[in-house]
Structures are given as C-alpha cells and as structure tokens.
Design a protein around this ligand. Sequence first.
Ligand SMILES: Nc1nc2c(c(=O)[nH]1)N[C@H]1C(S)=C(S)[C@@H](COP(=O)(O)OP(=O)(O)OC[C@H]3O[C@@H](n4cnc5c(=O)[nH]c(N)nc54)[C@H](O)[C@@H]3O)O[C@H]1N2
Ligand SMILES: Nc1nc2c(c(=O)[nH]1)N[C@H]1C(S)=C(S)[C@@H](COP(=O)(O)OP(=O)(O)OC[C@H]3O[C@@H](n4cnc5c(=O)[nH]c(N)nc54)[C@H](O)[C@@H]3O)O[C@H]1N2
Ligand code: SF4
Ligand SMILES: [Mo]
Length: 779
Amino acid sequence: MADLQNLQSVPHVIPEYQYQEGEYTVTRGSAWSGPGCHLGCGVLIYTDENERLVKVEGDPENPFNQGRLCVRCLAVQDVVNSPKRLTSPLKRKREDRGKDAWEEISWDEAYDIIYESITTLQEQNGKETLFTIMGTGRDISPWLTRLTFSLGSPNCVFAMSGLSCYTTRVVGCIATSGSFWVGDYSQQFPERYDHPDWKAPEVIAIWGNNPVVANSDGLFGHWVVDCMKRGSKLITIDPRVTWLAARSEAHLGIRPGTDAALALGMIDYIIKNDLYDHEFVDKWCYGFEELAAAADEYPLAKTSEITWIPEEKIARAARMIAESDGAVLQWGVSLDMCKEALPTSSAAFAIFAITGQIERPGGMISPSEILRYSAGWGYEELIEKKTPEIAAKRAGVWKPEYGLLRSGISAAHTDTVIEMLETGEPYKLSCLWLQTANPLACTSPDPKRTLAALAKLDFVVAVDLFMTPSIMALADIVLPVSTFTEKDGFRVGDGFQRCETINKASDPGNTKPDTQINLEIGKRFNPEAWPWDNVQEMYGAVLRDCGGIDGTFEQMRDLAPAYLPFEYRRYETGKLRPDGQLGFNTPSGRIELWSSYFANSNLPPLPYFEEPTPGPLATPELLDKYPLVLTTGARSWWSFHSEHRQIPSLRAHKPWPEVEVHPETAEKYGVSDGDWVWIENQRGRCKRVVVVTPTIDPRYVSTDHGWWLPEEKGAMDDGLFGMWDVDCNNLLEWKCGKAGFGSNYKTMLCTIYKVVEGDEHNVWKGDAAYSYAPKKGTE
Ligand SMILES: Nc1nc2c(c(=O)[nH]1)N[C@H]1C(S)=C(S)[C@@H](COP(=O)(O)OP(=O)(O)OC[C@H]3O[C@@H](n4cnc5c(=O)[nH]c(N)nc54)[C@H](O)[C@@H]3O)O[C@H]1N2
Ligand SMILES: Nc1nc2c(c(=O)[nH]1)N[C@H]1C(S)=C(S)[C@@H](COP(=O)(O)OP(=O)(O)OC[C@H]3O[C@@H](n4cnc5c(=O)[nH]c(N)nc54)[C@H](O)[C@@H]3O)O[C@H]1N2
Ligand code: SF4
Ligand SMILES: [Mo]
C-alpha cells in the first residue's frame, strides 16, 4: 500500500506545475499517450496567451529523461496543431462505408447514435456481440477495458496476432518467476546514478531491441549510453548492426526467429562450462536438472547451425553474462514476434536466472508500482463475478490449448476473434469500438483477411486523432480525441516505481480526452460502473482503489514525479510475495525453470525451440522463389507505428518506406540504392525504396511497418490512402503459437524485384476483400 506520505517527490526550482516564462505559460507534465509514445518523458509544455501549443522541451529536473527528448516530442506542436487532425465527431451512412462521405455532428448526436446502435445490436445478439480493439495503447488500457466490461462484454482485443507485443515476455517471466523484470538503470531512484545502492550493470545484453530508437517498455534508450559511460559493456543480438551493436563487445547477427535456440544454446554452454551461480540455483531455482536436459539438445555447433551465428560469438556472449556481477537482459518485441514466443521469453530469462542476475544492483529488478491500473481494470468486478456465463464467452477461453487465457489474463484472443467474424461461431460479433488502433495499416497481419472479417460488422465506432485507412474502411461514427498536451492523466506502469501526471496545457478545441469519452459513454450504458462526475474525480478513485492512496489527482500532480521506496534482494525478506514468505511468487517459492504455471495450463513446462514457419529450414520448397529471410518493423526515429506520416516536418526525414539490403544482395537482385522495389512472398507484396547497407547480413532483408500515404486519396475504391501498395503486413499471416501467443511478424521469407512501369500498384481480384482493392492499375 502506498501512502502519499511514503512517496518521495523531486524538488523543483519552481514548485508549481504551471508557471509563466516571459510570454509563455509553461506546464510541467508527462508525454504519455497520443501522439506517439509509451514512455511519458518529463516535458515542459509552452503555450501562448490563447492556450495554443508553441513548443515542448525536455524537463531537466525530471530524473527519468533528465531534459532529453527525442524528435517526435520536439515536433509535437506540428502534430497537435496539424490541419489534418480530426476536430469534430463524424458520421457516415452504413451504405457509404468506404467512401469519403462524412458529416460533422455534435457530441450529443454521436453519443445518441452509439447508444442506440450498440443497445439494439446487444439486444439482438447478446452483450458479448460488442468487442473493442486497441493497439499498443498508450494510456488507454484501463479506460478501454473498463468500458468494454461495463457494457457487459468480455471482449477487449489487442489487434495483434498472438498478442505478440510485450504480453508474451510478461507471461513468460511470470510463468517462471511470478514477476516481470526490467534492467536496473537506477530508474527507481530519484537520485538516479548517484544513489549509493546502485551500480552500473557490467553487461547489458540487448536482445531483439533497439533502445535508443524505440525507448520501449519503460526504458529510455539514453540510459544504456549513460551506463556505457559508467563502464557497462554491451552484447547485441540482432540481425542488423544497429548503432548500439556497432558499439558492442559482441554483435550476434542472429537469423530472425531463432532466438529460443540461441538462448538454449547459451544455457547449455553456461551449464557445461560450470559458469552458473550454484548458490542461487540451489537455493532459489526449481527444475534446474530438467532445464539442463532441455538445453543439452543445443550444443554450440548445432546452435550455430540454426542461428547462423559463429560458435565463438555465442560462447563469448554466454561467458560475459555468466561472469559479470550485474547483467541486464534488455529484450525487445522481437522476442514476442515469433510463433513460439512464450518458450523464447522463458529461455532468454532462464539465462539470467541461472547466472543469479536477479534482484541485485545492475541486474534485473522488479520495482513495485504506485498504481496498478493497467489492462483489465474492472474484469473481475464487472464480468467475472457478476456474469460468469459471459466470462465463459470471452473469445478463445473455451479452447483447451489456450489455458493461459484462463490464468489471470483478461484479453480476448485476437486470432479467435478473426475466426469468429468469419464463421459467426460460436456467436456473432456485430459491433466494434476501435480506440487507439489502426488494424488495417499497422496492427494486424494480412490486411485483406482482416478487412474482409471486420467489414461484416453492423456498427463500428472509432476514436482517434487522425483519419486512418482503418477508419475510412470501417467506421460509422468517429470521435476526435485530445493529445497529451490537451488533457489530464497519469503515467504509470512498466516497472517504473514512479508516478507522473499528464497535465493539460493547451486548448483541446472540440476534441475530448479518451478518459472523458469513455466516462461519458460508460455512464450512458452503465452509470453504476462509472459513478464519477468528472475525470478528476475518477482519478481520485483510481488512486484509492488501485494504489491505496488517499489523495486527489491535484495532490498527486503536486508531488509528481513521485517515487516509492525501493530495496534489492526482496526474495530474502519476503517482500516479493503477497503472503510474506521468502522467495519468489510461484507455487514452489523459487524461480521455476520447470514451470508449474505452464504445466497447469496444459503447456510444455520447459522452454523449447521451433523452426520459424515459413523459413529456410522449415519450408525449403519456398526457397527457390523466396530465398531471402524477411524481418519487419524495426523502429525508426521519425514515426510511431502508423502515425506521423501526415506531419511534414517528420515525414521529411523519411519520406518513403524502405528495405535494407546488403550490397551483395542488391547486386544479385539487380537493384540499387534508391530504387523502388516490390518485396514479395507467397502471401502478397509491398513497395519499398532500397537502402543498400552493409549493416545487414546478405541473407536477410529488413523493412519498416505501419505505412500508408495520407497524401493519397482515402476512399476504399481509391486504395485506402495507398495502403495496399505499402503495407508490409500484406506479406504476413494470422497464425499464432500453440498457446495462442506469439506470431511471425519478424520472420518470413521473400524476394525483391524492381517496380517497373505498368506494375506500380497491387491489383487484386476475386474474393470479397479483394473488391476493396484500388482501381488504379486494374485492367
Ligand atoms: N509488420 C509489423 N507490424 C507491426 C509491428 C512490427 O514490428 N512489424 N509492430 C507491432 C506492434 S509491437 C504494435 S504494438 C502494433 C501497434 O499498432 P497500433 O497501436 O494500431 O498503431 P499506432 O499507429 O501506434 O496507433 C494506432 C492509432 O492510434 C491513434 N492514437 C494515437 N494516440 C492516441 C490516443 O491517445 N488516443 C486515441 N484514441 N488514439 C490515438 C493514432 O493516430 C493511430 O491512428 O503494431 C504492430 N505492427
Ligand atoms: N520510434 C518509435 N519507437 C517505438 C515504436 C515506434 O513505432 N517508433 N513502437 C513502440 C512499440 S509498440 C514497441 S513494441 C517497441 C519495440 O521496440 P523494439 O523492441 O526495439 O523493436 P524493433 O525496433 O521492432 O526491433 C528491435 C531490433 O530487433 C531486431 N530484430 C528483428 N528480428 C529479430 C529477431 O528475430 N531476433 C532478434 N534477436 N532481433 C530481431 C531488429 O533488427 C531491431 O533492430 O518500440 C516502441 N517504440
Ligand atoms: S521517448 Fe521520445 S517520443 Fe517518447 S515520450 Fe520520450 S521524448 Fe517523447
Ligand atoms: Mo508494441
């Protein structure tokens, strides 16, 4: 339980959160939520006398980012003030779906239509007929899950196949250790690098992550560089030579999708060479012998053959981790984006468990959080306890092999939702609330299949900052949302141990914050579940219910950024378990290398590797036509997923989608730097500009994701803002791992060839979805 008095605040030179600097009002706050980022860096927001946003600067007094910002925050005024923003609720007739035929309406009219349409469809088809979709989410998770559950539906969906972002790492860790772990960069201390208990990690293993660009999952990328300046050595496991890889002691240029084999190979090397931490393993690990037997199948030579990494590099990296006094697993989404992602995460984490890198300075830590109000808010109260018969209808929970969905996760299963839309079984999904997601141009694989499935819906509401291909194709009602400079809120989560407030600085015009929209709509449907008069009051209730803090939003704002006290080695003091017993929060009280959590969910209890399919070894029959290994979605500075393409100052840096190709490969395929090419495989193709670079292995190509062209015409018949030509998810498929988690976003096969005159656009004919394809280029 946190108490206001227990929280440590940061002394500010100017104590007020809002003050005057010359002609500007400056508002201190956090950059969580749209546009863009997850991270919530400390910002100073400058507004003029008309409450117009002028600029944003990094807050030098905020320990998190210490004044530093990346380009998307520095350009945020161009997004907030963009003439392309949605500024009014819109409606469109059902028969006009796909056409650019919107009519501006009032908020009241929009709410009336939403209330009537959803009520009618729920009366006809049952409450569960409604589902909601979010993408990566920013600060939306609690509000959207509560909205879903308060409307009586169990179906809140993260639109990725296999929920393959973050969830798999979290579940993989919780299944073995009862907690989620992050690297110790001193982020839990307001004094940061000067805190006497902290020491820099000796080794940071950057695995399928590009921290300086992505700043993902609670990590501000600069911290890695800060630690390097304090002596940390790097290992980078990435098919590309990233900026950090070029500064690493060892770069392991892995074949995409083979990370589980690498992890098992490293475990085997560590055990065979007696490099593991005997004391920690004996006292605090369970199932070591079984793990050793599983890893025994991955000797160095075989591991090297699978991963295409030289044996000596694997050995060196394993040794560096094992021999260090403090090593961090700095993992990224690439570990979630293979089909068998759960065993991949457990295997990678096991390396750090058997080498004892847990709960110690410069190792892996699991800071407690001030507020735990993330995804799932209200599931127990509004669905599980109230309507167990509806809980049993949550998409996917009835499948025996998806046992994990029944073990503390409240998400509906995305791949199952697509099947349900296609078959109408076991029940009909008829209405969708889409908030903070662009499934067609970004989140979901196989946009043709996704569109065909979603186009069957009877009613679709979308809540966004901008018009998108998904909204143009599907929505009946659109609600315009406010940015982080235009609203109040909290920044929590990701193992931060701190709480920041998002503080309203600029005029939102006729837009509303997600929280307010969900509160207002929630009240119409189910006032009991939304008893608060305004969002500030709701935040006070959240503080009380989810943080045990008896305080108001305004008090929290004055304290922010506020920190909880932190200590290391809590498994020795009983502070990692709710029952106060020593050890970890698992049935055995130890880190379960053999996981009873997995076993109880009908899953293999030990980590394992499966060849990526399709892949050069799993589907050799495809190799003649598609000999290159394709990885997608490596982040770039200038955009966040499918956002920012309509912001000229950011687009100027990277005007077109790109594919990275090694010089030898470029020569072999007859393409040069700057050429437009098609990347193609058995599922589809997309257009890219070639970037010839020695930083990628000749056998792989890497391309960016989330592309659409807001400058092109948007109507379905005009090609949905060019997305059919440039969306790399055309090459991906809906196919998740055995347990329902993980999908091959980062590992496919492909070929590349030049775009030639007369073949500049995708032409699709035939089934229902294809009829939505552009007319351009059709005969
Ligand atoms: N091929 C390939 N595809 C991928 C990936 C990959 O690596 N490769 N990565 C995947 C990953 S990890 C993720 S998490 C998903 C992300 O997928 P999404 O979350 O769907 O993508 P975004 O473009 O970030 O956001 C979707 C929409 O949210 C809107 N938005 C932004 N902020 C707000 C806000 O505060 N409120 C509201 N209501 N709307 C807002 C944006 O304008 C945008 O239209 O994409 C996935 N897609
Ligand atoms: N600027 C920006 N920042 C973002 C986002 C964004 O769109 N733009 N998206 C946010 C979101 S939702 C997420 S999930 C995070 C993701 O951020 P990261 O976890 O950093 O993910 P990526 O950049 O997709 O991939 C990281 C690295 O993994 C490498 N890689 C590709 N395939 C494989 C593989 O099979 N194995 C291994 N070991 N490495 C591989 C890529 O070459 C890349 O350099 O970023 C967040 N931050
Ligand atoms: S990581 Fe970059 S874009 Fe994200 S909040 Fe921080 S400065 Fe802004
Ligand atoms: Mo993500």
